[in-house]
Design a protein around this ligand. Sequence first.
Ligand code: SF4
Ligand code: SF4
Ligand code: FES
Length: 317
Amino acid sequence: MDTIIFRIKRFDGTKEWYQEYTFKYEKKKTVLWALIKIKEEIDPTLNFTSACRSAICGSCGVRVNGNAVLACKTSLDEMLEIYGTTKLTLEPLANYKVIRDLVVDWEPKFERMKEVKPWLIADESKADDKGFCQSEKEFNKISNPTDCILCGCCVSECTQHTTNEKGFYEPFIFTKSYRYTADSRDKDKGGHLLPTLKKGGLWKCVRCMQCVTKCPKGVKPGEHISFLRQESMQMGYKENKGARHAYAFFNDIHNTGRLNEMTLPIRTEGLLNTIGRIPFALRLLRKGKINPLHIQKPIKSIDGVRRVFKLAGKEAK
Ligand code: SF4
Ligand code: SF4
Ligand code: FES
């Protein structure tokens, strides 16, 4: 292979178009190397952001063939092999307002992030003459989220953002909230966590785990969301649809080993809200998908299921 083609989505502030750049292929280079090459040798008008070239600053997130990557950490050889082509399409991160070409607007996201107070609110009573010491176990809890470099790849591929769920926080905001909620030195759990519940759509995450698989730093926003949900229930926030749904699942599986689809909507949404679903329930009935007369009995291996619950409970402590 002598040459490769980058098909880049351009935007000049008013109109969008795709522009192709053909250049000499070199082995062992990154996507960012190619972008810099284009800018320096072919087209100085191309806009993109980058700084460290070491996967630290988080500024070079772009989409390659519809998947968000960190340009400086992504091998060109790998991309060409994965997609089996010599032509790659580059676009700005999705779910961001585009400013120019591959440059996106971070300002509104950073403003929103401030709502979870992404800074330590120190509990002075936990300090001694050595400072705020943490045990290894305490540090391990916050070690994963501290790797977040705010590159935005998780936002770009988040299902809830792509389906335009208004008000849903960006995955990295949940990670920031978790980072300080779980920090043993912090004294304002509620200050970090409650905005995710009251404004950020904590229970609206559909657990597609795109944020986990696409994160170039191995950060796990999807898991941090699970922690925040549990923590919110422990803080007493159980009277919302999400928490009721989780309890209904928990109780069904614990009691019988099976989900009771007949009563699940009522226990999740309440009787009044479920009335609107009667036509749907009738259709299910007609198709034989549900049977209101069926009384659910525990499955044969229910003792094993309960042992799993017990072990999981111990593990979580
Ligand atoms: S969680 Fe990962 S993908 Fe999301 S902003 Fe942080 S580093 Fe980037
Ligand atoms: S798991 Fe939740 S936060 Fe992560 S990408 Fe999917 S919907 Fe978004
Ligand atoms: S240039 Fe800094 S993360 Fe890629």
